[in-house]
Write a protein that binds this ligand. Structure first.
Ligand SMILES: *Cc1c(COP(=O)(O)O)cnc(C)c1O
Length: 372
C-alpha cells in the first residue's frame, strides 16, 4: 500500500537516536532546547516550546493566551478534530466559519460571526498552504481578537520570504510521524509574546516553577506534555532534510498537477506563486458527477494498493459538535469532493504516474455508473 503520507528516516537519524539513547539524559536535557531553537529560527518567531504532540501544543497555546470558559473562537470545520477538541477541553465554544475552495478559512465569512464573546480566530493551513495572512491579521487587529494558527501541516511553509510562524500570536506545528518532519510523536508552539511562552512552558510541565535549591512554587495546574530527548534528537536530525523533503513533495505535486491539468474527473489545488506549501497532502476534488461514487472509488483505490484518504469530515458534522454542518455549505461540498492522493518524499515519479493512471481508469468506469 502506498500511504497518502509517510515518514522518511535514514542512517543519520539512527545515529542521532543512538547518541541520545546513550547520553546522560533521556528527557529534560539539551536536545529539546536545541530543537526549540531550530523551530523558532525556521518559524521566524522569538519563542518556541516543544511538546509531546501538536494536540498538547494547541491546548497550551489556547490556555497560555487566556482562552477559557464560555469564550467563543471562530475556526474552520476542515481540520483534524484536535484543533477544536482542545477548545472544548478549556470550556471554550468553537464557532465554525465556512471555507475557501483551497480548504482554508474564508476571511470574508469571519466578521459576521463575531460577537461580544469572541476571543480568537483559529485558522488551519490546509495541506501545508498558508491561510490569507494579511486578511486574517487585519480582522483580528480590527476587533481585538487573538489569532492562533494550527499549522500542523505547514512546518517549513512560507508566504513570500516570510515563514509560517511569523504571523499569528501563536503557531502550532505537528511532528507526528507523517507530518513534514517527525519526532515520532511531537509538536511545538511558537509565540510572539514572552509571557505567553512562559505560561505555556509551566502548563506543559506540571506548573512547577523552580525557586532556590529544592524549593519550588505551583500557582496553577499543569501537566506533563514534554517532548523527550529521543524525539528531539530525531527532530534535529530530520530538520536538516526539511527543505529536501519539501522539494521532493513539490516535484511529485507538480507531476500530479500536470497529469491532472485537463482531467474531466477532478480539479486540483490552484498554485499560488507567492506561497511555498509543504504539500503535506495532495488533495483532488472530484467532479460533481463522481461524488456519488466516492466510497466505491476509495475502496477500489485501496484494493489496488493506493492509500487515498479523505481530509476532512467537517468537524461540525461530528456528534460531539452537534452533528449539524448546514452553516458551512462550502465545507460540506469540500468534504464530498475531496480525496487525498499519496504525496510524500519516499515516492517515485513512476508511482505517481501509475496512481494517476489507476485513478483515471477507475473514474472512467464510475462516471458511467453514476450516470445510470
Ligand atoms: C496532525 C494534526 C493535529 C494533531 O497533531 P498531533 O501531533 O498528532 O497531536 C492537529 N491539527 C491538525 C490540523 C493536524 O493535521
Amino acid at each position: 500500500m502506498i500511504p497518502y503520507s509517510k515518514q522518511s528516516v535514514n542512517h543519520e537519524d539512527l545515529e542521532a537516536l543512538k547518541e541520545a539513547l546513550f547520553s546522560s539524559h533521556l528527557t529534560q536535557g539539551q536536545r529539546v532546547s536545541e530543537f526549540e531553537s531550530l523551530v523558532a529560527a525556521r518559524a521566524g518567531a522569538p519563542f518556541a516550546l516543544a511538546l509531546n504532540s501538536a494536540t498538547s501544543a494547541l491546548y497550551c497555546a489556547y490556555a497560555a493566551l487566556g482562552i477559557g470558559q464560555n469564550d467563543e473562537v471562530i475556526t474552520t470545520p476542515i481540520s483534524f478534530v484536535a484543533t477544536t477538541n482542545m477548545l472544548l477541553a478549556l470550556g471554550a465554544k468553537p464557532v465554525f466559519c465556512d471555507i475557501l475552495p483551497n480548504g482554508n478559512i474564508d476571511p470574508s465569512k469571519i466578521e459576521p460571526l463575531i460577537t461580544p464573546r469572541t476571543r480568537a480566530i483559529v485558522s488551519v493551513d490546509y495541506a501545508g498552504q498558508s491561510v490569507a495572512v494579511n486578511s486574517i491579521a487585519h480582522i483580528a487587529k480590527k476587533h481585538g481578537l487573538l489569532w492562533i494558527s494550527d499549522s500542523s501541516h505547514a512546518f517549513g511553509a512560507r508566504v513570500g520570504d516570510l515563514p509560517v510562524g511569523s504571523f499569528a500570536d501563536a503557531t502550532i506545528f505537528s511532528f507526528h510521524a507523517i507530518k513534514p518532519i517527525t519526532t515520532a510523536e511531537g509538536g511545538a508552539v511558537v509565540f510572539k509574546d514572552a509571557e505567553a511562552h512562559k505560561k505555556a512552558q509551566l502548563l506543559h510541565s506540571h506548573g512547577v516553577q523552580k525557586k532556590a535549591l529544592w524549593n519550588s512554587e505551583v500557582e496553577f495546574l499543569g501537566f506533563n506534555f514534554r517532548l523527550n530527548e529521543l524525539g528531539a534528537a530525531l527532530g534535529i536530525s530530520q530538520y536538516k532534510r526539511l527543505d529536501s523533503f519539501i522539494a521532493k513533495r513539490d516535484s511529485i505535486a507538480r507531476l500530479y498537477d500536470s497529469l491532472l491539468a485537463d482531467s474531466p474527473f477532478c480539479t486540483t489545488l490552484a498554485r499560488e506563486p507567492h506561497l511555498t506549501t509543504t504539500h503535506h497532502l495532495y488533495p483532488v476534488f472530484l467532479a460533481l458527477s463522481l461524488w456519488c461514487s466516492k466510497e466505491s472509488l476509495f475502496a477500489q483505490l485501496h484494493e489496488k494498493g493506493i492509500g487515498a484518504q479523505v481530509h476532512y469530515k467537517p468537524i461540525n458534522s461530528y456528534a460531539l459538535y452537534g452533528a449539524d454542518s448546514r452553516a458551512t455549505p462550502a465545507a460540506n461540498d469540500f468534504y464530498l469532493s475531496e480525496l487525498s492522493l499519496p504525496c510524500h518524499q519516499e515516492m517515485s515519479e513512476e508511482q505517481a504516474r501509475e496512481i494517476v493512471q489507476t485513478f483515471n481508469a477507475l473514474c472512467a468506469k464510475e462516471s458511467n455508473a453514476c450516470a445510470t
